[in-house]
Design a binder for this molecule. Structure first.
Ligand SMILES: [Zn+2]
Ligand SMILES: [Zn+2]
Length: 263
């Protein structure tokens, strides 16, 4: 992290934008992959491991009986497990709609359109459009900031909200599909694993069901989670169709000849 300090570059060196990025995001593969802060590591690895192990455990414990009872249900459950992981991947690895800081816009020679009525972010020195907010965990301003989710190791904002909503929906459907599958098993063929799976999946489905219901309200009201919690006016501009262009490219090469940047 580079914050509140002067950086001086040698004039013979060129840098990629991600090398001087002032937020807490982590970059891999020379800036091609960007994820959230290191502090999310525990919840994020818990999510990935849990969602990979769930269908494996489902198949191992009761797969044979469910396959014999209803093959289509068994296939649908595994398909939903795959979809859940797919949307988790998209949510985590899609740039959520970061607004670069003033210094970064200047380096990129981009003029950030501002309205005088927009509030100022003191950290980023930029005017924030309606619905935007500064994420403390990532240390960036985010367009249509919904919330920061440590389980997906990313902010949820303008560019990845739809993936997050689909992730929650597919996880809930996977849970319900497992519960329906378990109900098809003859009680005499159940085992200790069945009871354990039933408790875990009931617990997950109840929690995710509440989140899905809440985000249905978010979507129908055209708000963000932050706007609902803080009783703010809805701004209704999530990126539902297509994907709006990111405001920066981490792999962009910056000519840093004897420049001094004050972050
Ligand atoms: Zn900010
Ligand atoms: Zn964040």
């Amino acid at each position: 992290m580079i914050n509140q300090q002067h950086i001086k570059f040698d004039d013979e060196h060129q840098h990629k934008l991600y090398e001087i990025w002032p937020g807490k995001n982590r970059f891999y593969l020379s800036g091609r992959i960007m994820i959230g802060p290191q502090t999310d590591f525990g919840p994020n690895i818990f999510t990935w491991c849990g969602l990979i192990l769930l269908p494996i455990f489902f198949t191992y414990s009761n797969g044979h009986q469910i396959w014999e009872a209803n093959q289509l249900l068994f296939i649908c459950t595994l398909l939903l497990a795959f979809l859940t992981l797919f949307f988790l991947f998209l949510t985590q690895f899609t740039e959520p709609g970061i607004i670069p800081r003033k210094n970064i816009f200047e380096i990129m020679n981009i003029q950030w359109d501002t309205e005088s009525a927009w509030p100022m972010c003191e950290t980023c020195s930029i005017k924030k459009p309606p619905g935007s907010s500064h994420c403390k965990q990532c240390d960036n301003c985010i367009l249509m900031f919904d919330h920061h989710c440590p389980f997906v190791n990313n902010c949820i904002g303008k560019r990845n909200y739809k993936y997050f909503a689909l992730f929650l929906a597919s996880l809930l459907m996977q849970g319900l599909s497992i519960l329906v599958s378990l109900s098809k098993i003859n009680p005499e063929e159940t085992n200790g694993f069945t009871d354990f799976l039933l408790i875990i999946v009931c617990f997950i489905s109840a929690i995710i069901g509440v989140f899905c219901f809440f985000h249905l309200i978010v979507i129908l009201s055209g708000s963000t989670t932050r706007q609902i919690i803080k009783h703010l006016e809805p701004t209704n501009s999530f990126d539902w169709i297509g994907r709006s262009q990111s405001l920066f490219d981490p792999t962009m090469i910056i000519n840093t000849q004897q420049q001094v940047f004050d972050f």
